[in-house]
Design a protein around this ligand. Structure first.
Ligand code: ZN
Length: 876
């Protein structure tokens, strides 16, 4: 079944109030839903009420206004409950009783058990696996929830909203009642019951209300939740200061569970998290883990306004809450850490995940018009590109008008389920601008390209920038319309300072931004005394690709002098990418790759430039990954040659800077107590990048092993282990470190994930076999999403030479695993299946093998809608 945006119709019936009772037990949970139903004014009383259902759920009773329905008055299937005989009164009560077995629910959607804890995941359409309901985001209801369970099994009973009442029941059971005064869609419903530890804190909001905060984790792990709590309080404060958003309930609870299909979920007042994004200390978490925890805690908290108070009319509008909330969490992290470093990291992520999606068979607009399975649209395009689009609105309007637009959006739509058009209208109304061309960013898939060239006329003292935009065709959109692209730029004079120049002719240029709206623009600047270097797409103002005819001399100049730190990083990164692609081409032509000495020297200069933040230097020195290089080459990729070329360039950079890197590596050695703050993390990052280079030289394995043994935190330990496993695979040092790590962390699943992940990433053909062997390791399990992502996910999406082994063995392992996982957890299987989304850019032999694996999955009978959708679109 295909769902279409234009088919949207408001529901005939509404459910202003929902009263749920849960009698929990692992194999037979009873759910009683008492719904106050309201027929809309104009709707005929003979119109049947059709509620959605899904999965193995048993209907045991249906009653209207207290009277059980006769058999001929309703029809129930797994997918729906249709009630054909209803009272003529517009309001009536519907009571539905269903029975479920949470312990048998391995799809991790609806109500399930994770490590003995009852928990729920309802977004997008999981509520219908708990009760028949109008399970669509535009039906908002006020919930009251009563939970009953054995006290010994589940001393803790949580749901959305505020606690109302609790007490004992006969037979060792007890109950709790929760009430959420804010009307919400069913996807935000949550329940947690179990035996968990807790850390508590409180937050006083800007209007002086005290909110009780709780983070619930497995007993014994309480001390690992303090960083998350700190991040939560900082998020609450930041949202008040930057967006004027205040929290609205008496309590805010977070629960960490170990089996979770994604990162976390923003259920009103009761966020449920993958424990990977809550638990951390220096022994077990890397700096990247700390940063992720901070970002995801913030993200889910920020949803309280962007997603919960104002929600989506339908699932086509997913980016309304996700793109906007990602933008908000990006800004939060930028404010908490280094803005430039955060921006560079965001761009790297966007290019690594969203660009390939946009450039392959799974491409779709930020706001899709069609879907078969909504779960497959929780994508980098909806989230990350969606965030970039919001950022561009701010660039186009300016920060102040942007904030006014947000204020108007909150004021106008609080308590509603709305669309992207409503969102854009708020910005049009505060700015008086027409955003209809800009809106194409939501409607049109594909990464736009800007071809830019420039020329300088010394005699006329004129500088001219020529820009041509194009948007490549994407599946089912062959003809594209011209977009409004805000291109931030600078003219950098010979002294390294920006030239303040006004365009005399061409596109609208406003505050350092060229507004590209037509196919071609020629922007002319006069009174330019000397030829400037052109700095383009500063701050990554638009998510586009650039084909700029820029000489190396300009790039070298910008890499040292551009006042925009993002653009300065980009200039150096472009030089590195060009060098890597050049090395690849030389290799394929049977020649030896070479590195231009001045590029090697520039790497050393950046490494040692103490005027730059350490985190920035670390990012600059991180070579583009194999997948980045492959993406930029674009077609007929030989991943083995990409690997060899990249290794050769890395070795050349290390050789060129051996002394400098070694002494800096020694100087960066940190003494004293650990702190996860950005500056300390930056030092570790830089030192570990230097280790990457130095480990490529003579004695590298020994150096990495001593780094491993000397490590006092997981960041350094994991970095050293990665170097040993990836660069010195099979060496005695690698074997020793892997064994030591395994022994030390055997009982900690989240840390064992790192051990799996590092080994899944070992380059070379033999990794297929080692992944197969690791799948039989006692710490591995195909039912836990984190384990699967660490081992099979890393292997298939981050190991270019292993996964794309020329004989197709990597694809075979991948297909087998997907088919096994999909029987239990279709969503997880569909996620793993996206790993071959760029298969058409491989060389012909690999393409044939990849196609074979995809066809094998497609030919399997009884595929879930989730997996079928991904595989068919990938093959199309
Ligand atoms: Zn979100």
């Amino acid at each position: 079944q295909v769902f279409k945006l234009e088919d949207y119709r408001p529901s005939d019936y509404l459910i202003p109030e929902t009263v749920l009772t849960f009698r929990l037990s692992p194999e037979n949970t009873i759910v009683v839903a008492r719904l106050s139903v309201e027929r809309r004014e104009a709707v005929d009383p003979s119109t049947p009420l059709v509620l959605a259902g899904d999965g193995p759920m048993r209907l045991t009773r249906v009653a209207v206004d207290g009277r059980p329905l006769a058999e001929q008055d309703y029809a129930a299937t797994q997918e729906s409950l249709t009630i054909t005989r209803l009272p003529s009164a517009r309001r009536f009560t519907l009571e539905i009783e269903t029975q479920l077995a949470p312990a048998q629910n391995e799809a991790l959607m609806g109500l399930y058990r994770s490590n003995g804890v009852y928990c729920t995941q309802c977004e997008a359409e999981g509520f219908r696996r708990i009760a028949y309901f109008l399970d669509r985001p535009d039906v908002l209801s006020v919930y009251t929830v009563r939970i009953e369970a054995l006290r010994s099994d589940a001393p803790l009973l949580l749901s959305n909203g505020n606690p109302v009442e609790s007490g004992d029941l006969p037979g060792g059971r007890h109950y709790a009642i929760w009430h959420d005064p804010f009307p919400k869609p069913s996807y935000l419903f949550a329940l947690v019951a179990g035996d968990l530890g807790v850390i508590r804190d409180s937050f006083v909001t800007m209007s002086g209300r005290t909110v009780e905060l709780g983070i619930y984790v497995e007993h014994g792990k309480e001390r690992l939740a303090h960083y998350a709590m700190d991040a939560l309080k900082r998020s609450m404060k930041w949202d008040e200061e930057v967006f004027g958003c205040e929290y609205d309930l008496d309590v805010f609870n977070i629960v960490a569970v170990s089996d979770f299909n994604m990162g976390a979920m923003e259920n009103k007042g009761l966020n449920i998290f993958n424990d990977k994004y809550v638990l951390a200390d220096q022994e077990t978490a890397t700096d990247a883990d700390f940063a992720n925890i901070e970002a995801i805690i913030a993200h889910e908290y920020f949803h309280n306004w962007t997603g919960n108070r104002i929600t989506c009319r339908d699932w086509f509008q997913l980016c309304l809450k996700e793109g906007l909330t990602v933008f908000r969490d990006h800004e939060f992290s930028a404010d908490q850490r280094s803005r430039a470093v955060k921006r560079i990291a965001e761009v790297r992520t966007l290019r690594a995940h969203q660009f390939p999606e946009d450039q392959g068979p799974l491409a779709h607009p930020v706001r899709p018009r069609r879907y078969r399975e909504i779960n497959n649209f929780y994508t980098a395009t909806v989230y990350e590109k969606g965030s970039e689009v919001v950022r561009m609105i701010r660039t186009v309007l300016g920060a102040e008008t942007f904030r006014q637009g947000m204020d108007l959006y909150f004021l106008r739509h609080d308590g509603q389920a709305v669309t992207i058009e409503d969102f854009l209208k708020a910005f049009e109304d505060v700015s008086g601008r027409d955003l209809s061309q800009f809106a194409l960013w939501y409607h049109q898939a594909g990464t736009p390209n800007l071809a830019v060239s420039s020329s300088y006329d010394a005699a006329a003292r004129e500088f001219v920038i020529d820009i041509e935009q194009s948007v490549p065709p994407t599946p089912s959109e062959s003809r594209k319309r011209l977009m409004h692209i805000p291109l931030a730029f600078g003219l950098v004079g010979p002294d390294g300072k920006d030239i303040v120049a006004t365009a005399v002719e061409g596109a609208t240029v406003e505050g350092g931004v060229i507004h590209v709206r037509k196919r071609q623009h020629s922007v002319r600047f006069s009174g330019i005394e000397a030829r400037p270097a052109l700095s383009l797409n500063r701050g990554f103002s638009a998510p586009v690709t650039l084909s700029a005819t820029q000489g190396d001399d300009d790039l070298f100049f910008l890499a040292s002098h551009d006042s925009d730190e993002y653009a300065r990083w980009q200039a150096f990164n472009t030089l590195l990418t060009d060098a890597l692609i050049n090395a690849y081409r030389l290799l394929l032509g049977g020649k030896t790759p070479v590195l231009a000495p001045r590029l090697g020297r520039l790497a050393g200069k950046i490494a040692g430039d103490t005027s730059l933040e350490e985190a920035y230097r670390a990012l600059a020195l991180t070579l583009p990954g194999e997948a980045d290089i492959a993406r930029d080459i674009g077609k007929n990729i030989d991943p083995d040659a990409v690997f060899t070329a990249r290794r050769a360039i890395a070795v050349a950079i290390a050789r060129e800077n051996k002394e400098m890197f070694s002494s800096l590596y020694r100087d960066l050695h940190a003494e004293g107590a650990f702190s996860p703050d950005a500056a300390s993390a930056g030092r570790r990052a830089l030192r570990n990048v230097l280790l990457d280079f130095l480990s490529l030289l003579d004695g590298g394995a020994g150096l990495a092993l001593s780094h491993f043994h000397a490590a006092t935190n997981m960041t350094d330990r994991a970095a050293a282990l990665t170097v040993l496993a990836h660069v010195h695979h099979g060496s005695p040092q690698a074997v020793e470190a892997l064994a030591a790590f395994e022994k030390r962390y055997a009982a900690d699943p989240l840390v064992m994930d790192k051990w799996f992940q590092i080994q899944a990433g070992v380059p070379g053909p033999q990794t297929v076999e080692s992944v197969r062997a690791l799948m039989r390791h006692p710490a591995f399990s195909t039912t836990n999403p984190n384990r699967l992502r660490a081992l099979v996910g890393t292997f298939s999406s981050a190991n270019q030479t292993g996964f794309h082994r020329a004989d197709g063995e990597g694809y075979r392992l991948w297909a087998e695993t997907i088919l096994e996982v999909e029987k239990r957890n279709p969503q997880m299987a569909a996620r793993l299946a996206t790993a071959l989304r760029s298969w058409r850019s491989l060389d012909p032999q690999r393409q044939a093998k990849a196609r074979e694996a995809l066809l094998r999955i497609a030919a399997t009978g009884n595929l879930s809608a989730d997996l079928k959708d991904i595989v068919e679109r990938t093959l199309a």
